[in-house]
Ligand binder design. Structure first.
Ligand code: CUA
Length: 152
């Protein structure tokens, strides 16, 4: 008889516990609408906005979003040109392993884990050529993993 009570109590507790998790899942930021997307399944990155169209997008007066995909051992796109004074929001993710995203000579430095969306903003006041490199060891081609950003 007691066993039955414990079983019912256990079940009730479990159900209560699971529904709490369920409620949290719906209210937590991880499950916010796609516009606030922070993670994507790595295999779905290339078909999910904004990563379905990587590259530079003008969003305001000399303000840009630069969407980049990192993959062993390169960046997509590999070359980018922006006008002097441009404020650029880098939006990056990886589709395979952990990479690093560093724009040499700036404070842009991010660890890029698969499917996790990372972003940082920087204003390029000076003309010149900036090297974008991977600063996280990601395999045999790590040292060749780079891209170029030209400020004109
Ligand atoms: Cu990618 Cu090192």
């Amino acid at each position: 008889k007691f066993e039955k009570i414990w079983l019912i109590l256990g079940t009730v507790t479990l159900v209560a516990f699971l529904s709490t998790i369920g409620i949290q899942a719906f209210t937590s930021p991880d499950h916010a609408p796609p516009s606030d997307l922070t993670t994507i399944e790595p295999e779905e990155v290339e078909t999910t906005a904004p990563f379905d169209e990587p590259g530079l997008k003008k969003v305001g007066e000399n303000e840009y979003e630069l969407v980049m995909i990192l993959q062993s051992f390169g960046f997509t796109p590999g070359e980018v040109e922006i006008p002097q004074g441009a404020k650029v929001k880098f939006i990056v993710t990886s589709i395979d392993v952990v990479h690093g995203f560093e724009v040499a000579g700036t404070n842009i430095n991010m660890m890029v884990t698969p499917g996790h969306i990372n972003s940082m903003t920087y204003t390029f006041d000076e003309k010149g050529s900036f090297l974008i490199l991977c600063n996280e060891y990601c395999g045999i081609g790590h040292h060749y993993m780079s891209a170029e950003l030209e400020v004109k």
